[in-house]
Design a protein around this ligand. Structure first.
Ligand code: FPP
Ligand code: ZN
Length: 328
């Protein structure tokens, strides 16, 4: 198995690493394009996806660190939260991305940590749940994002952790999966967030591992790809949501890794680089990141190892002395 870039090679068996690096670093030059404007409010998330993908391919130095940190800091609001772009409202999701970017640039010291911690702590509700911003939507995604961000900043003690676990457990379903709020159906994306939050809070013991592992491995379809719920079609982003969850509960061998690898490779664009949601679709930075992250988790192509919970290179978490008991 090799990593290569020639148009001659069969992209269904080879990873087009150099093309993916080019694809990501060129995204910034597309400022005038339609895709740029429709995703303008997601710039912070987009930068996290692109930067982390580059990091997994050992190419983070291809980005202009100083310029990006200056822009990132210009997105912080007076309440401590970060917007998705300079003129956008703060949101918990873009705040986490900003922290994950600073960790990768080894620049957490550029942050006024107390103001960010206060911002996150205020989003916890009486029942232990979290809202994502001033508009008040509750979702287990926000529980995870708050817990992950506070863990990276070393301030998990500032929230009510028992209540946070209690709320997540109320979102557990009879099939072993988790939904966005109590009573909502199981969804692989929400499962990643609930399993991740419980892992960070050291409460993996509350998971029904066999039931959940079974539900997750049933997401693999005959084409090797994974879906996010029963009856849905396969999509590369579930190579992250499902594979990371299986990895955290130590059941990654319950799916056929080789078949999933082939599916992800088929979603590569062998002309422009980048990875699409499905074979033949247009690539985007979101699916490029999740495809590469899935390959990294499964140990293919000599990629930097990504942690299945923090979604950051494992070696950076070791540097921050973060405990990763699931990462044996
Ligand atoms: C599927 O979304 C994914 C989710 C619901 C989970 C989202 C998780 C986060 C935003 C947490 C932060 C993530 C990381 C990696 C640090 P979808 O709306 O695409 O689902 P669909 O396929 O059903 O439309
Ligand atoms: Zn997708």
């Amino acid at each position: 198995m090799t990593t290569t870039n020639s148009n001659e090679v069969d992209h269904t068996t080879n990873m087009l690493k150099d093309k993916h690096v080019e694809y990501i670093i060129n995204l910034d030059k597309k400022e005038k394009s339609f895709e740029y404007w429709v995703t303008e409010h997601l710039r912070m998330n987009g930068l996290y996806w692109g930067l982390t993908a580059l990091n997994l391919m050992n190419s983070i130095d291809k980005m202009n660190k100083q310029e990006l940190i200056d822009w990132l800091l210009s997105c912080q609001k007076p309440n401590g939260g970060f917007g998705g772009n300079t003129h956008h409202d703060d949101h918990l999701l873009s705040t986490l991305s900003a922290i994950q970017i600073l960790v990768q640039f080894d620049s957490l010291d550029k942050l006024d940590i107390d103001s960010v911690v206060n911002y996150i702590v205020k989003l916890q509700q009486e029942d232990g749940s979290f809202i994502g911003d001033q508009y008040g939507e509750v979702d287990t995604r926000f529980s995870f994002v708050a817990i992950l961000a506070l863990s990276l900043l070393g301030h998990l003690d500032k929230i009510n952790q028992d209540k946070a676990v209690e709320f997540i457990n109320k979102c557990k379903n009879f099939d072993g999966g988790y939904g966005s709020i109590p009573g909502a159906e199981s969804h692989a994306g929400q499962i990643y967030t609930c399993v991740g939050a419980l892992a960070i809070l050291n409460r993996l013991d509350t998971i029904d591992i066999d039931n959940l592992g079974w539900w997750l491995c049933e997401r693999q379809l005959p084409n090797g790809g994974l879906n996010g719920r029963p009856e849905k079609s396969s999509d590369v982003c579930y190579s992250w949501w499902v594979v990371s969850s299986l990895s955290t509960i130590d059941r990654l061998d319950w799916i056929d890794n080789d078949k999933l690898k082939t599916y992800i490779l088929k979603c590569q664009d062998n002309e422009t680089g980048g990875v699409a949601d499905k074979p033949g679709d247009m690539p985007d930075v979101f699916h490029t990141f999740f495809g590469i992250a899935g390959l990294s988790l499964m140990g293919y192509f000599d990629l930097e190892h990504i942690d299945p919970v923090y979604a950051l290179p494992t070696k950076l978490l070791d540097k921050l002395n973060i405990n990763l008991p699931w990462n044996k």
